[in-house]
Design a protein around this ligand. Structure first.
Ligand SMILES: Nc1ncnc2c1ncn2[C@@H]1O[C@H](COP(=O)(O)OP(=O)(O)O)[C@@H](O)[C@H]1O
Ligand SMILES: [Mg+2]
Length: 428
């Protein structure tokens, strides 16, 4: 009998997970809660939103799923892993205690400091007055981070004292992110280039995926407001093999050992957001799940079966098997609704996905899509992740954009410079 797997989430990351898992000969049935129309092609959708974790757990128990894989951070921070484990089920995702690595920036900075892991210099404050006083003496730019989850909006890299104090007031006094703003981290501004490094961990060992890089801002040239991510590519040439070894030795090994001695071993997917400068890497933050959109280009490069890796993380016994990776680079271009990340249009019919995939070497992952009157329409800010593979990064980018040009709806938007940074680096 094959495995029954439940995927929690509804974005492009979850579509990529389902796409990859569906290729495994070990799998008999995939459920997705709540999933999306792209996922519906290979999984049975379970209409339960991700924040209703007790209903998701009940469903998993009733169906006796062999493995649950949690896409987004909120159910992990809420303790879905502990709940599933208590009911005797396997889950690939950290416990509530270990998920604090994403759920609390104060927790993470203290762990990093305690175990001597490189990160920006910082101070923690729980009073607005003390934080303001300190910020006003800090060199500019200064970085302020709300402690808790804030949907990617809880960080300000402030270039002026006015901006810094206004953000501090929003977070700590107006509580625009609710209890996430009870404490803040104030830290030094690092310079360099960012990269993402994502590993599978069973609490002791880890197996890394290749490097990747995302594009957070809405506009070309990294301008305008932050988004959930407008594109990603893999590998990120800034993470040279030498720096990668350092990242493993100086960051991931001591962190996993540290979490064990804290009594909160980390089992699941650990995502390091890194700043790289002059051959050295420092931790900006951790996420406790796959990145979205980084998962899309990464899974397209993963040649091995993903399911044994996910199972072994969940069981706490990763084998030393090396992952097989397609050496060819991949690029994911996110297409979004007009207006995103502000208020955006919804309900516009989407055309051309089959033509885009017909180019070959292209997968179109759904995020904010819905079916209305039998037609595929837009329903979210980030709508599709158009992902392409080719022999080199230049060709992968070109293929990705050829696919994007086949897809249309009223007001479709995308950045035109995804992957450019890797190209520039190739040319020097
Ligand atoms: N110390 C820092 N120096 C410079 N830039 C930073 C620093 N910390 C965060 N940033 C920038 O802010 C972004 C968001 O911060 P991050 O810690 O990743 O929080 P989150 O993803 O939860 O919003 C980072 O991707 C990076 O661009
Ligand atoms: Mg981040």
């Amino acid at each position: 009998m094959g495995l029954k797997i439940l995927i929690v989430g509804s974005g492009g990351r979850e579509h990529a997970l389902v796409w990859k898992i569906a290729q495994s000969p070990l799998v008999e049935k995939i459920f997705a809660a709540p999933g999306n129309p792209g996922i519906a092609g290979s999984a049975e959708l379970v209409p339960v939103p991700v924040d209703e974790t007790s209903r998701i757990v009940d469903f998993a128990v009733k169906q006796r799923v062999d493995l649950t894989v949690v896409g987004p951070e909120a159910p992990l921070a809420a303790g879905i892993t502990d709940d599933l484990t208590r009911r005797g089920l396997l889950v690939c995702g950290p416990s509530k205690a270990a998920a604090q690595l994403e759920g609390s920036k104060v927790f993470t900075k203290n762990i990093l400091a305690k175990y001597g892991i490189p990160t920006a210099e910082f101070r923690v404050f729980d009073s607005f007055d003390d934080a303001e006083q300190y910020v006003l003496t800090h060199r500019l730019p200064v970085v302020i981070k709300a402690d808790g989850l804030a949907a990617g909006k809880g960080v300000s890299v402030a270039g002026t004292y006015e901006e810094a104090v206004a953000f501090l007031r929003d977070v700590m006094e107006k509580r625009v992110f609710g209890p996430a703003g009870e404490r803040v981290v104030v830290e030094e501004c690092l310079t360099g280039e960012e990269a993402s490094y994502i590993v599978f961990s069973d609490g002791e060992k880890f197996v890394p995926l290749p490097s990747s890089q995302d594009h957070k801002r809405i506009g070309d040239g990294d301008t305008g407001p932050n988004t959930g991510g407008m594109g990603a590519y893999s590998p990120a040439p800034v993470l040279t093999p030498e720096i990668e070894r350092k990242v493993q030795r100086e960051i991931f090994e001591p962190l996993l050992a540290g979490m064990r001695s804290e009594g909160a071993p980390f089992r699941g997917i650990l995502y390091g957001g890194l700043m790289i400068e002059r051959g050295a890497a420092k931790v900006l933050e951790f996420n406790v799940r796959f990145g979205d959109p980084e998962a899309q280009p990464l899974f397209m490069r993963l040649a091995s079966d993903l399911v044994p890796l996910l199972m072994q993380c969940a069981q706490g016994k990763l084998t030393d098997a090396v992952m097989e990776i397609d050496p060819r680079p991949t690029v994911c271009i996110v297409m979004s609704s007009a207006g995103y990340p502000g208020p955006y249009r919804k309900g516009d019919p989407i055309l051309g996905i089959d033509e885009a995939e017909g180019l070959g070497g292209v997968q179109v992952f759904h995020a904010g899509t819905a079916i209305r009157d039998g037609k595929l329409v837009t329903s979210g800010g980030r709508v599709l992740g158009v992902t392409a593979v080719d022999d080199d990064i230049r060709k992968a980018i070109a293929r990705g954009y050829r696919a994007v040009e086949k897809i249309r709806w009223e007001g479709a938007y995308y950045r035109t410079d995804i992957g450019k940074r890797a190209l520039q680096r190739d040319e020097v």
